[in-house]
Design a protein. Structure first.
Ligand SMILES: N[C@@H](CCC(=O)N[C@@H](CS)C(=O)NCC(=O)O)C(=O)O
Length: 245
């Protein structure tokens, strides 16, 4: 199927917050994939992730089918375009790409979340950014309950049980692992732009371009090679995570 024959898609994503045009790395990477594949789509801004089938964003509506989770959306887009999204990736590239995606999604992401939600000095930005539009009478209650839930989630995940110093060291090791690859390679796997670059870049952009900066932003800035990589991938695709001036 050529891109002109692909039915239009609606992408449900969060509104801009924290200086990020697309505050969710999972939403941003789907947008990158859609643009890369030249698939027509509308962005629907949705503040309430509970509207999604699994109470998370992103989800898409494609030909009346609702599909959530960026990974499942990737698979759907690949199928829609006759294999164009994963085209050219060797099994080894695919394996490495999956492993690095798991590193950013299932480890680094939770440290990004911790840097926003657990830091008492930074939490007022979460309060304003995520709950500022609620009526004042319920804003405090909802944000307190949400923060309590987030502490519980981070505790169950495990990273929330570490000290701030240990969390920072974990983050630094995650970023160092990416930098070890990207110092000598243009792309995270193989020698061409791939869908895995969207997954890694969306997470890097979210932590580097976060305004005001968090402790995670400061650690990201220790790795200029990652900043250059994230900028280059965003400019190659033409989709940026930060809010446009
Ligand atoms: N595995 C999912 C993760 C999506 C996700 O965690 N989305 C977050 C925003 S970054 C969300 O909607 N969280 C709302 C919640 O958990 O209540 C994907 O790849 O799409």
């Amino acid at each position: 199927m050529s891109s002109s024959e692909v039915p239009a898609i609606s992408l449900f994503t969060f509104p801009p917050t924290f200086g990020l045009r697309n505050v969710s790395p999972f939403c941003l990477r789907v947008e990158m994939a859609l643009v890369h594949l030249d698939i027509p789509f509308d962005v629907v801004l949705e503040s309430n992730p509970a509207k999604g089938p699994k109470k998370k964003l992103p989800f898409i509506i494609s030909n009346n089918e609702v599909i959530d989770d960026s990974e499942l959306i990737y698979l759907h887009l690949d199928q829609l375009t006759g294999g164009r999204l994963f085209k050219g990736l060797s099994p080894a590239d695919y394996g490495m790409g999956c492993a690095f995606t798991r590193l950013v999604d299932d480890h680094l992401y939770w440290l990004v979340v911790a840097s926003r939600w657990l830091d008492d000095d930074w939490f007022p930005n979460v309060y304003e950014g995520f709950f500022g539009s609620f009526p004042p009478v319920i804003r405090n209650l909802i944000s307190t309950l949400a923060r309590r839930q987030m502490r519980k989630t981070l505790d169950l995940q495990g990273l929330g049980r570490h000290s701030l110093k240990q969390q920072k060291e974990f983050a630094r090791r995650d970023l160092q692992a990416l930098a070890n690859v990207l110092t000598n390679s243009r792309y995270i796997v193989g020698d061409k732009l791939s869908v895995f670059d969207f997954s890694i870049t969306s997470m890097l952009s979210g932590l580097l371009d976060n305004v005001p900066s968090t402790w995670m932003t400061a650690i990201g800035q220790e790795f200029p090679e990652l900043q250059h990589y994230a900028e280059r991938i965003q400019s190659e695709v033409g989709v940026y995570g930060r809010a446009q001036p």
